[in-house]
Design a protein around this ligand. Structure first.
Ligand code: ZN
Length: 436
């Protein structure tokens, strides 16, 4: 079988395994990968941290002359509403030059590519250890990676990590611009609660309405608008994007970032909104609960907010920002998640290898580091001081807005051309970095 056919079949079969999280059932995917590897003479292990929640991993020993590298991915996907899809989301359909299915982009295509590249290195002379790890539960809590590090850390730890979260190429008037994710925004999920006192709903004056008390808090969150800051990584990427798309000339004043990003959003909403989110603090009200019955004045109301911050914001700074936001109002505050931004250096040998490998495949392309607007498992490694890069090389087809909406959206698919492109670049990276 040709390499192309083998890769297409590997991905299509992976997409047929329903690993919607919850509940996940990632052991089915892990077992499939283990069999696939063993047919190629590669031993691997599965660690289940909970029944059905398997992580697959394997390690090829190097001579120790060079650094080790971990190829990281996750096998779980978010659920899919089949009624909204053109093909069943777990059919792994191959048609019109595309492979369709939930996870085609996020991120079973990368699972397939990493597994394939890994299997091809098994009989090679490597300078350092090469590690493969496909985790469970990335889409809901990340307990897969946490348990792996806790229970089998020594088996998977490496000097560098390549993961999802970047690598998208945008075709501009002036050539291809690719990103590599070297940082993630901090995640601060919090809940504010207002209290009132119950009374009969027919005589509201006898009670205190907690929903009414929540209104000014909700208004302040909704009206919150973080300033776009020229923070790196990201600003250089955004600046390159604006210039390469011809939205600013070399001499133009770029002091007002917001105006420029609005201009970008007019051309492509996906690019504009993502660029804004990379550079600013965002606060999104995501859940609200209040009241117990139709005829009872509500005595409690809770509002949950998804707050994300660019690099440079500590937990302390976020807390005082929230205090300022609700100044003068009565409420109780509770944090559900506190995860500060993480950043990897760009002046590393692996970064240079990634850049050179990309340029070999796409001559004249430009690569810039960015901050991921959401979160990935890379943050756990960055916190340990291990450089982790989000680099899943793909050439964005058409409008970025439409493209990015496939991730966690409807009709997720990857072209065979893009799957092969991802494979060629990553194989080049691994060979250049690891081979003697
Ligand atoms: Zn993902």
């Amino acid at each position: 079988m040709s390499c192309r056919d083998e890769l297409v079949r590997l991905l299509s079969n992976l997409l047929k395994i329903d690993t919607s999280n919850p509940p996940g059932n990632e052991s089915n995917a892990a077992g499939f990968l283990k069999d696939w590897l063993s047919q190629r003479g590669v031993e691997s292990e599965i660690l289940e941290f909970e029944k059905g929640r398997g992580n697959l991993f394997s390690r090829i020993k190097g001579s120790g002359e060079g650094p080790s590298l971990l190829l990281l991915s996750h096998t779980d996907v978010v659920p899919a509403d089949s009624a909204r899809w053109r093909v069943p989301p777990f059919s792994g359909a191959v048609k019109d030059g595309y492979i369709w299915g939930r996870g085609a982009l996020d991120m079973k295509s990368m699972v397939a590519v990493e597994t394939m590249v890994f299997s091809e290195m098994v009989d090679k002379d490597l300078k350092g250890d090469l590690v493969l790890l496909a985790t469970a539960d990335e889409e809901k809590g990340g307990s897969g990676i946490v348990k792996m590090l806790e229970k089998a850390g020594e088996k998977i730890i490496a000097n560098y990590v390549i993961n999802e979260g970047g690598g998208e190429g945008i075709l501009t008037k002036n050539g291809w611009l690719f990103d590599i994710q070297t940082a993630e925004r901090g995640v601060f999920w919090y809940r504010v609660q207002t209290k009132g006192s119950p009374a009969h709903g027919s005589v509201p004056g006898l009670g205190v309405n907690a929903i009414d008390r929540m209104r000014p808090l909700l208004n302040r969150v909704s009206e919150f608008k973080g300033a776009c800051e020229k923070v790196n990584p990201s600003w250089k990427y955004v600046e390159s994007l604006l210039k390469m798309m011809g939205l600013v000339t070399e001499r133009e004043d770029i002091s007002n970032v917001e105006i420029l990003l609005n201009k970008l959003a007019e051309v492509d909403k996906g690019l504009g909104e993502s660029a804004k989110a990379m550079l600013q603090v965002t606060m999104t009200p995501t859940m609200i609960q209040g009241g117990v019955k139709e005829n009872v004045v509500p005595y409690e109301c809770k509002l949950t907010v998804d707050c994300r911050v660019p690099p440079g914001y500590s937990g302390e700074r976020v807390k005082s920002m929230i205090m300022d936001l609700f100044h003068g109002l009565e409420y109780e505050l509770e944090f559900i998640q506190e995860s500060e931004p993480t950043v990897s250096p760009v002046d590393t040998p692996l970064y240079r290898v990634i850049e050179n490998s990309l340029l070999k495949q796409v001559p004249g392309a430009r690569l810039e580091p960015t901050t991921k607007t959401g979160g990935t498992d890379s943050r756990y490694f960055r916190r340990m001081g291990i450089p982790a890069y989000g680099f899943q090389p793909l050439m964005v087809e058409g409008n970025y807005y439409e493209w990015s909406r496939m991730v966690h959206g409807d009709n997720e698919r990857i072209s065979i051309e893009n799957l092969l492109f991802c494979y060629r670049v990553l194989k080049q990276v691994v060979e250049s970095f690891m081979l003697k």
